[in-house]
Design a protein around this ligand. Structure first.
Ligand code: KG4
Ligand code: ZN
Length: 336
């Protein structure tokens, strides 16, 4: 079964073609970073416009790279939400039009389920059940995952997502956008123990997160210096971001493994843009080997937004005969 998958939930236009939900025949992502960079964050209206511009060339390129024509596609999968509604609508309307014109079955996919399923693109995917951490620009949630479509959410952020905190701290310090990869890189040259930032809500058996207090602690630390944030000495900036990253990673690792213990599970999957973070990946691996738990993390390109992960989920549903109606709508807060 060949699935054409489309992802436009935020600021990346993605199209991929998957064979039997696992083998990638093509996976194309067009990033809009250059569009949003000068605003220090995603501007929703500009994101939708760029998706409109890119959707046809990106889908065409995905077909070309796979060496296929539309007639050889058996199913279409598209992100239905959560995300920016204007962005989602571009991909969804395009997918629905294509399905209508060609009579190819189509299905809407939840973006969070897609992130959790990106691990099935890797050579040695985990068996169910596992603890899944989705940690991105819009989400920080822990799930017990018993199968495709079988999720129990056991924790989530009460305010900012972890990626959002990375982006806001980078913006405060004038480092650029998106903040996550910049802080990841800068932190390698900083001292993670230089500043003891708070580790929010690390109580046992409590799996919600909160990152806004940590962000405020960074703001207050910066304000306590006479220089404006952009004029702070370089070494201090490196120490701030490194100490901030250390605090975020500490919380994510501890809560994830506490959740695994609580659910009695020996497998953990990490996904979403922040799962590309090198320190987070390293700490997760270290903790896993200490606790004799297996941790599975997709390669960085499958952690950030991409259409291949949408294809994994789409395949699972389409092969069971599940299809979406052409009346399907996009929802910015689609629950999982
Ligand atoms: O999953 P994603 O591409 O989009 C959403 O669904 O949100 O995640 C984007 C987020 C951004 O906040 C970005 O700063 C963060 O993931 N991110 C990182 C890294 N790469 C991307 N955060 C920390 N370290 C990274 N290496
Ligand atoms: Zn995402």
């Amino acid at each position: 079964m060949r699935i054409l998958a489309i992802e436009t939930s935020c600021d990346d236009t993605g199209a991929a073609i998957l064979l039997n939900g696992r083998k990638i025949l093509s996976n194309v992502v067009s990033s809009q970073v250059s569009v949003h960079q000068k605003y220090g964050g995603v501007v929703p209206e500009l994101a939708s416009r760029k998706h409109i511009e890119m959707i046809v060339p990106i889908v065409t390129e995905a077909l070309e790279r796979a060496g296929l024509t539309l007639e050889e596609i058996d199913g279409i999968a598209v992100t239905q939400g959560p995300g920016l509604v204007g962005s989602l609508l571009v991909g969804l309307s395009f997918a629905k039009s294509l399905a209508f014109a060609t009579d190819i079955p189509f299905v809407g996919v939840n973006h969070i389920e897609a992130h959790l399923s990106a691990i099935f693109l890797e050579e040695k995917p985990p068996r169910f059940p596992f603890i899944g951490l989705v940690v991105s620009g819009g989400h920080t949630s822990l799930f017990r995952v018993d199968g495709f479509g079988k999720f129990k959410r056991i924790g989530q952020t009460r305010d900012d997502a972890a990626g959002e905190a990375f982006d806001k701290v980078a913006k405060l310090l004038g480092l650029g956008y998106p903040g996550g990869p910049i802080i990841d890189q800068l932190s390698t040259k900083g001292n993670p123990k230089a500043i003891r930032f708070p580790r929010p809500i690390l109580r046992k058996n409590f799996f919600d997160f909160s990152f806004s207090g940590l962000k405020t602690a960074v703001v207050n630390f910066v304000k306590s210096h006479p220089e404006s944030p952009g004029d702070l000495p370089e070494e201090m900036i490196r120490n701030i971001v490194s100490s901030f990253q250390e605090a975020v990673v500490d919380v994510l690792v501890k809560k994830t493994f506490l959740a695994a213990q609580h659910e009695g599970l020996k497998r953990v999957v990490i996904s979403g843009g922040v799962a590309a973070n090198r320190l987070l990946r390293k700490r997760m691996e270290e903790e896993a080997s200490e606790q004799q738990i297996r941790v599975h993390i997709p390669s960085p390109g499958f952690c950030t937004d991409n259409a291949a992960m949408v294809g994994v989920v789409g395949y699972e549903y389409l092969k069971r005969g599940i299809r979406s109606p052409l009346s399907l709508n996009a929802f910015s807060n689609l629950p999982l």
